[in-house]
Design a protein around this ligand. Sequence first.
Ligand SMILES: Cc1cc2nc3c(=O)[nH]c(=O)nc-3n(C[C@H](O)[C@H](O)[C@H](O)COP(=O)(O)OP(=O)(O)OC[C@H]3O[C@@H](n4cnc5c(N)ncnc54)[C@H](O)[C@@H]3O)c2cc1C
Length: 580
Amino acid sequence: MARDTEVLVLGGGSTGCGIARDLAMRGLDVTLLERGTLTDGTTGRMHGLLHSGGRYAVTDRRSARECIAENEILREIAGHCVEMTGGLFVKRPEDPDAYFEEKLAGCRECGIPARVLSGREARDREPHLAMDIDRAIEVPDGAIDPFRLCVANAMDAEAHGARIETHAEVIDVLREGDDVYGVEVRYEADPRDRIGSSGGRRVGATEEITAEYVVNATGAWAGSLAAMAGLEVAVRPSKGAMVVTNVRQVDTVINRCRPKGDADIIVPHETTVILGTTDEEVADPDDYAEERWEVDLLIDTLAELVPILREARTIRSFWGVRPLYEPPERETADPTDVTREFFLLDHADRDGVSGMASIVGGKFTTYRLMAERVADHVCTELGVRANCETASEQLPGSENLEALEDAMDDFGLRSPVARRSRQRLGSRTREVLTLDEPNPVLCGCEAVTRAEVRDAIDQSGPDLNAVRIRTRASMGNCQGGFCCHTLAHELYPEYDERTVGAAFDELYEERWKGQRHALWGEQLSQAALTYALHAATMNRDRDPATGDEHVEYAAFDGGSRDVDGGNDFDRGHDGENHGD
Ligand SMILES: Cc1cc2nc3c(=O)[nH]c(=O)nc-3n(C[C@H](O)[C@H](O)[C@H](O)COP(=O)(O)OP(=O)(O)OC[C@H]3O[C@@H](n4cnc5c(N)ncnc54)[C@H](O)[C@@H]3O)c2cc1C
């Protein structure tokens, strides 16, 4: 029977997008289905650390070796998504000397460049480190932008002929006897459709898509997806909390050098730092508590390494869920001991059901390797002979730094704004910034210009959260207080007033959700200022044009009820795409 596509990839996180790119580059016909936007799952809620492997050099050397190899590859193929900050494993007096030595030996054994610094040398590099840090190991950790990297993979997959469907939820896996032959998918509104354009799909419509092979890359949701095929995949979802501060207190990734524990990594990310993280097994990746003590723990513990964090303004907190997995025979009790290895589960071998495999575990840093292994497997199953090229083919926007420098000169763009634009756009800088009209900055905190916003709208439609992910607009210090409305304004008149209003509300609600956990001190003042701006100067609490007596401003009204109570915290995860 002829099938609709050769390979269906389920899940639009880093793993799924990486698999789609790899298979499409090998010439296969690929369709990727993602229930939300790309990065909607764990990929959009991670810490942003491009691991050197140092973290795993004592306990999990296989993962450590994979990390350093992939770290080097990603720096080559995705330079515009990586900031090579370098990393330090810093040791406090109470942290064991023996562990420091083991870490150093482990790094060297795994091929991770490692150099010992004295406490003074470490502070010369990072002046805000605590005075009692006595030694440090320098490693090639970096900061990575998961949104840009994921989208770059999807763009390249599309350029090689793949079909990428977002807002497309798999609701059933089609199976005949012992053979999986496709899925049933339900579509939500597609943000890439324009008002009035033909071919827009109907919200709620369902479709059966058949395929030669189905890859389950749904991460923490891989268990529920496999269950649709009558298969059992015992993922052990583990939640982690992260906190974003208002400025960049350190320029280097700071890791605590001790055996294990929560709250031991600080990652600089753009204009902020992200504190993380915790590790607690949860039953349901869509429903878990987001608790204030986790935020306090991160700040208190990491301030032992960088004391000025005690006074830092925390602009938001967010949570993600690791898609951990271990073979059933291991039964590790403590989730922090569950391996970070990845596993390719061939359901033909494992369960006697052909036509489907699941990929579970792993890390963002190793997404490309995971994708390569999956693509090798699929090619073997389908009898395709084609080599993996993802380790050497650069991702869109990353090639040729010199050309980018030239483009900067051409445009006369040498300001920090230009540098940030150039970093974000990579090789597309010239294409996006060539304009016949002025190009003002729309988001001051993140230095995002109108040209970038318009380019993102061209690609994403009226979904301003997708525009945010592409450009970082509204993700800085003011959390959209000063720019949400200017971004919404860019949609008009291409989109009608209602669409613009709804897009504005959705964008602002996303910003507000992450701030509720951090409302004290100066951040509370910032939130009050934003409220005043939006409610008073833009009539967001009363809309005279519609004649409504009172239009509820859902973002504020919904969130402010329980600022000091526990309810909003305990209500659990509500589907926000965090990640800044
Ligand atoms: C707190 C935390 C911090 C982390 N920090 C780091 C770090 O600093 N560095 C690092 O290397 N790794 C880090 N990780 C690990 C890393 O983020 C993950 O391993 C990786 O992002 C997983 O990607 P994925 O594509 O496998 O899963 P996901 O990104 O979760 O993608 C799965 C996708 O499947 C979709 N989906 C689910 N069900 C369906 C359905 N029925 N139909 C269609 N689509 C569906 C989901 O919406 C989701 O987008 C961290 C993880 C956590 C939790």
